[in-house]
Ligand binder design. Structure first.
Ligand code: ASP
Length: 304
C-alpha cells in the first residue's frame, strides 16, 4: 500500500470571500501537487521524494503561503520556514527565516541529508545553501500583490474578518507512505501576515509542525503556529499512537478537536500511518486539502 495527503493551509475561510476563480486556482494547485507526489510513489520512489515534489509545486504556486506568494512580515519582508522528516531513519532537516531560496523545502532536505544539524536559520542557512550549490532568487521573487494588500490591511488596523483570517492561510505540507513502508512529512510556510521579523512558527519545528516515525505516523500541521508549538502537535499525535495505543483517527481528533481549541489553536493536520490510513482533521471553517491512496482516485476538499 502507498498513498499521500497534502494541504494548502487551514483557517476561517468565509465562502462569500472566495470567488469561483480563486477556488478554481486552489483546486488546480492541489490537483497538480497530489498528482506529482503520487506519481513519485507509483514509480516506486520514496516518501521523502514524494513529499519534496508535492511541496515544491505548492511553494512555486503563488496562491499558497509558502515561497512564492508567502505572506509579509510587519516590516514588509518574506521570511520562509520549512522542514522535512524521514520516518524510516528519524532524520530531519529544517530552515527558518530564509529570504532568497526559491524552494525552502529542498534546503531543509539538504540540511537533513548533507549536514550534521537539524535546523539552520537565516544567513547561516543561506550560507550553507551556497556551499551546496543552491542558486538564489532576489527577495522580490516571493512578492505577490494580494499578500501585500493583506499586509496593508493589517498595518492599517483593519480588523475586518477577512483581513485577520484569510491573511495567513496557505501554509503547505505533505505526508506520504511509500511502497517500501517508509513514512515522511514536510511543511513549508511564509508564516503569519504581519509577524514580527524573525518570528518563527511551528512549521519548521520538528515535533510541532512536522513529524514522521514509521512506528506511528507522519504528520504535517497548519494553523496558529504559537499554539501548535506549545502543544507540540505533530509529535503528540505520534505519541498517542505509539504509547497510548490510539489508532490514527483517534489520535488526530483528540489533538485537533480537544487539545487545540481551548488554547485558540485554530487549524488542522494531515496524517498517514504505516498501513496507508489517511486522516485529515481541522477545527477551522476550512482546509485546502487533497489525498490519494493506491488504487483510488484523488480527493480534493476545501470546506468542512
Ligand atoms: N503554522 C503557520 C505559522 O504559524 C501558519 C499557518 O499554518 O497558517 O507560521
Amino acid at each position: 500500500m502507498f498513498g499521500m495527503a497534502i494541504h494548502g493551509g487551514a483557517g476561517t475561510l468565509p465562502r462569500a470571500d472566495m470567488s469561483a476563480e480563486a477556488e478554481r486556482r486552489y483546486r488546480a494547485g492541489l490537483q497538480e501537487a497530489i498528482d506529482a507526489g503520487f506519481a513519485v510513489l507509483e514509480e516506486g520512489g520514496t516518501s521523502v521524494d514524494a513529499v519534496t515534489r508535492a511541496v515544491m509545486l505548492l511553494e512555486d504556486n503563488p496562491v499558497f503561503n509558502a515561497a512564492k506568494g508567502a505572506v509579509f512580515t510587519l516590516d514588509g519582508r518574506n521570511e520562509l520556514d520549512a522542514s522535512i522528516m524521514d520516518g524510516s531513519t528519524l532524520k530531519a532537516g529544517a530552515v527558518c527565516g530564509v529570504t532568497r531560496i526559491r524552494n525552502p523545502v529542498t534546503l531543509a532536505r539538504a540540511v537533513m541529508e548533507k549536514s550534521p544539524h537539524v535546523m539552520l536559520a537565516g544567513v547561516g542557512a543561506e550560507e550553507f545553501a551556497s556551499t551546496q550549490g543552491f542558486s538564489f532568487v532576489p527577495p522580490s521573487y516571493f512578492h505577490t500583490p494580494e499578500r501585500w494588500r493583506q499586509l496593508e490591511r493589517i498595518r492599517g488596523g483593519d480588523a475586518g474578518l477577512s483581513a485577520l483570517t484569510i491573511s495567513h492561510i496557505g501554509t503547505v505540507g505533505a505526508v506520504a507512505l511509500d511502497i517500501h513502508g517508509g513514512l515522511a512529512a514536510a511543511t513549508s510556510t511564509g508564516g503569519m501576515t504581519g509577524k514580527r521579523y524573525q518570528r518563527i512558527g511551528d512549521s519548521p519545528i520538528i515535533g510541532a509542525g512536522t513529524y514522521a516515525d514509521n512506528r506511528s505516523c507522519a504528520v504535517s500541521a497548519t494553523g496558529h503556529g504559537e499554539v501548535f508549538i506549545r502543544t507540540v502537535v505533530a509529535h503528540d499525535i505520534c505519541s498517542r499512537m505509539r504509547f497510548g495505543g490510539r489508532d490514527i483517527g483517534t489520535a488526530v481528533r483528540e489533538v485537533v478537536l480537544e487539545e487545540l481549541p481551548p488554547l485558540g489553536g485554530e487549524g488542522g493536520v494531515i496524517a498517514i500511518d504505516a498501513r496507508g490510513e489517511i486522516v485529515i482533521e481541522f477545527n477551522s471553517q476550512g482546509m485546502f486539502r487533497a489525498s490519494r491512496r493506491q488504487g483510488e482516485l484523488a480527493q480534493i476538499g476545501i470546506y468542512a
